[in-house]
Design a protein around this ligand. Structure first.
Ligand code: PRP
Length: 217
């Protein structure tokens, strides 16, 4: 079961050995983009099994080959909301478990001088507010992008929102706690802190660049 640090009640840290094994491989400088992408998607898939524990279900009567029985199915449409670009690096892994999920994209880029989020794209299903939404981004640094994404979703009426990330800095978790205290954040690791450039330490570098092979671009 994930653990919650006492001072960050909105956070759930997935300290499962398999997730930690894969995350450690992903963090390594020498891990190439193809392996990095594979690891991120595998971790996302493992995490979402637990993240979806409280998704609403409804009863469904079915015929097995032998008799009628009452089963259950997810009752609300699930929407993934990857924050572009890096969120795309975890989306396939989640879709493998939820092939029927819709994917609404939100493009937010952190301005590296002001460190403020700038949005450049958004497209969501019109009924996004009818079901659970998972905001997906491997990195939660200052929290600016995540707060911005959740603001956007709330303006569209969404109320059942959770965030799935890979590495989180305490600063970003606190920013989310201040702005959106009811939004649970699921992470594979709570890292030490942000550095003077607002990079997560020890972190894994710039996830978007590592996923798409644009390091140094
Ligand atoms: C990175 C990362 C997050 C954001 C985190 O994206 O993927 O979206 O920064 O930082 P924050 O918590 O301080 O907002 P980036 O702006 O580098 O864009 P990219 O995904 O296109 O690389």
């Amino acid at each position: 079961m994930p653990t919650t640090p006492r001072d960050l009640p909105n956070l759930r840290v997935f300290d499962h050995p398999l997730i930690q094994h894969k995350l450690t491989l992903a963090r390594r400088r020498d891990t190439p983009p193809d392996e990095f992408r594979r690891l991120l998607n595998e971790i996302a898939g493992l995490m979402v099994f637990e993240v979806s524990r409280n998704f609403p279900v409804e009863a469904l009567d079915i015929e097995t080959p032998l008799e009628t029985m009452r089963g259950s199915r997810l009752s609300k449409p699930v929407t993934l909301a990857p924050i572009l670009r890096a969120g795309l690096g975890m989306t396939d892994g989640i879709l493998r478990l939820f092939p029927e999920a819709r994917v609404g994209h939100i493009g937010i880029q952190r301005d590296e001088s002001s460190r403020k989020p700038i949005d450049y794209y958004a497209k969501f299903p019109p009924d996004v507010a009818d079901g659970p939404v998972l905001v997906v981004d491997p990195m939660l640094a200052t929290g600016g992008s995540a707060v911005h994404a959740v603001d956007h979703l709330k303006r569209m009426g969404c109320r059942d929102i959770q965030m799935v990330c890979l590495v989180a800095a305490p600063e970003g978790v606190r920013a989310m706690l201040a702005a959106h205290p009811e939004v649970p954040i699921h992470t594979a690791a709570l890292d030490r802190r942000l550095d003077e450039r607002a990079f997560i330490r020890p972190g894994l570098g710039d996830a978007g660049d590592r996923i798409f092979g644009t390091v140094g671009a």
